[in-house]
Design a protein around this ligand. Structure first.
Ligand SMILES: [Zn+2]
Ligand SMILES: [Zn+2]
Length: 211
């Protein structure tokens, strides 16, 4: 099964969220966690891509700021796990109510679940459920790359002190769903630099107990 052609990363919003755009050979594109819409929109236009999906690793406010505008403009499908769907419409649930920029997304989402395969052009992107940072946290897996949102970071893991978070569940997710991937798999988190499964297996201080 062919892989995606390439991807691009932006660092956007007040919390420096990593927003990614993945595209296939036919120009079909998927945006992961758009914290803002403008730079993504401009890049899609310039390259004559077609935005087919907006995929959310989870529903926290720092990952959804550009969702509504991109969906409205490109008529893309919004992919999210049902565990986080309620966050879209409710600023207190996505925690933007506690910032100076409350936000909500009214677009109707399409629910995805574990092991589901999303077709982007001729490429396949697989959904991994990795709850713990939030109840509906998911990863997007291609051949040798995985986008993990705030589940796993370079040398760290996601915070679990917010409502809906669980450290026990997060470590279980990382162990059962991420550490079993090919060690060479590149990991693209929601914040900070990218890494690999092998690197985090060996160096991440939060994973010492489950190595
Ligand atoms: Zn988060
Ligand atoms: Zn985040």
């Amino acid at each position: 099964m062919p892989d995606i052609s390439d991807f691009k990363k932006w660092i956007l919003g007040d919390l420096q969220t990593n927003t990614y755009l993945l595209w296939a050979s036919d120009g079909s594109a998927m945006c992961i966690d758009p914290a803002e819409s403008e730079p993504i929109d401009a890049f899609i236009q310039k390259n004559h891509f077609n935005l087919v999906f907006v995929g959310l690793t989870h529903g926290h406010f720092d990952h959804i700021g550009g969702v509504q505008k991109l969906i409205d403009r490109w008529n893309a499908s919004l992919l999210i796990h049902p565990g986080d769907t309620a966050m879209l419409r409710d600023p207190s649930k996505n925690f933007s109510a506690y910032t100076n920029q409350p936000m909500a997304v009214s677009a109707k989402p399409r629910s995805v679940s574990h092991n589901e395969e999303i077709r982007l052009g001729n490429a396949v992107i697989k959904i991994l459920e990795i709850p713990g940072h939030s109840p509906g946290s998911i990863g997007f897996l291609t051949h040798n790359r995985v986008w993990v949102g705030d589940a796993l970071f370079y040398d760290s893991v996601g915070r679990t002190d917010l409502p809906g978070g669980s450290m026990t569940q997060l470590l279980e997710s990382i162990h059962q769903r991420l550490m079993i991937l090919d060690p060479d798999t590149r990991v693209f988190p929601g914040h900070g630099p990218d890494t690999t499964i092998q690197r985090e297996k060996e160096e991440n201080p939060f994973l010492e107990g489950i190595r």
